[in-house]
Design a binder for this molecule. Structure first.
Ligand SMILES: Cc1cc2nc3c(=O)[nH]c(=O)nc-3n(C[C@H](O)[C@H](O)[C@H](O)COP(=O)(O)O)c2cc1C
Length: 360
């Protein structure tokens, strides 16, 4: 049926569609809906405490016995950098004054923590069939512990070099994330955003470079994108932005509306919201301070520094300081429950494939 069934066979799922892990957004309800529909639902744990990740995993295991993916960040925690902090504060001062937010308020700790022993204990307890990472891989001991649970391991590559590195470390499949993708770039061997590759160019080159199955991600939001990914040699797709319109997505009404309104050329890669490059709908803060800033605190510290400004402006109905994460294909999304979206995307892709085969 599918032109390439390596992924669905290896991961024991019906449909070669992974609902992308989306920190803060994709929780148990979405994971259950997608996995029950035959795709691979992904729980993004990057913003969850261990206690909350446990609750989400308990709910998921209660509601479905289908394979699931648990996803984690694995960044290096940042070093303190007072000079940078002072420069960044200077950037924010005018906004604090304008919004009448006290600039002396203490800055909360960022919720984005890298994968550690405690999260690994959860993996050992709940046995997600797939464990995926963003920003590389955790250290070898943690990786070994995951492997012993029987989970398959995935991570994101944004270049052929990163894909080869991940394969050498033993990844079972590689997510090739093109420049179009929403949210954080998974890049970890370079910080150079100017040389990042689009999905169309990246996927076939990664397919040629590694032996493991390749999952295409970035800008795929309908049947045409899925077929294109298979034509490029991918064995599955990972879709994020299209799932943001589902009722199961935990996003604010302001973010939901912005996704509906945004056009193809209204997103950009920015580091001003978290300290790492990520794609979001362009808003005032990105325009005035970024989109890329040399003084933004290192990941994930920038997020906490904006919390008060963001809260105040959102209360007034404004998204001036809100990270409106989105890929370049938001316009192609449809507002459907996650299970329906998964099934309809797969059915429409197979239908198109049949049509192309008839023509050929
Ligand atoms: C709102 C949002 C949050 C994301 N958070 C994560 C995350 O926590 N972990 C991860 O591996 N990828 C994350 N990503 C990236 C996705 O895994 C994927 O690469 C991307 O969504 C694919 O491009 P698309 O958005 O055009 O479909 C996120 C993407 C979005 C849109």
């Amino acid at each position: 049926m599918w032109p390439n069934d390596r992924f669905i066979k290896m991961f024991n799922i019906e449909l070669p569609i992974i609902q992308a892990p989306m920190a803060g957004t994709a929780l148990s309800d979405m994971v259950v809906a997608v996995s029950q529909a035959g795709g691979l639902g992904s729980l993004a744990c990057g913003l969850l405490s261990v206690e909350n990740a446990r609750k989400e995993l308990e709910t998921i295991r209660r509601k479905t016995s289908r394979p699931i993916n648990a996803n984690f960040f694995c960044h290096q925690p940042p070093q303190e950098d007072h000079a940078r902090e002072i420069n960044w504060r200077r950037c924010l001062d005018a906004y604090y004054i304008q919004l009448q937010v006290d600039s002396n308020i203490s800055i909360p700790n960022s919720a984005r923590a890298p994968f550690d022993e405690k999260m690994c204990d959860l993996v050992a307890e709940f046995h997600p069939e797939v464990v995926s990472f963003h920003f590389g891989l955790p250290d070898k001991d943690l990786l070994l512990r995951i492997r012993k649970t029987g989970a398959k391991i995935l991570s994101t590559a944004t270049s052929v070099n990163e894909a080869r590195w991940l394969e050498d470390q033993g990844c079972d499949a590689i997510i090739a994330q093109g420049f179009e993708a929403g949210g954080h770039r998974g890049m970890f061997l370079t910080e150079d955003i100017s040389t990042q590759v689009g999905t169309m160019a990246l996927v076939p080159q990664v397919v040629d470079a590694v032996k493991v199955p390749v999952i295409a991600a970035g800008g795929i939001a309908d049947a045409r994108g899925i077929l294109a990914a298979f034509a490029l040699g991918a064995a599955a797709v990972q879709i994020g932005t299209a799932y943001l319109q589902c009722p199961e997505a935990h996003i604010s009404p302001l973010h939901r509306q912005a996704l509906k309104d945004t056009k193809d050329n209204e997103t950009a890669i920015t580091n001003v919201f978290t300290g790492r490059p990520a794609r979001a709908i362009v808003n005032r803060f990105m325009r005035e301070v970024g989109p890329m800033s040399d003084v933004a605190p290192k990941f994930p510290l920038a997020a906490a520094t904006l919390a008060a400004l963001r809260a105040k402006s959102e209360m007034a109905g404004s998204t001036d300081f809100t990270p409106l994460w989105s890929g370049q294909s938001a316009r192609l999304s449809r507002e459907l429950p996650a299970a329906d979206l998964t099934k309809q995307l797969a059915a429409a892709a197979l239908e198109k494939l049949k049509l192309l085969q008839t023509i050929a």
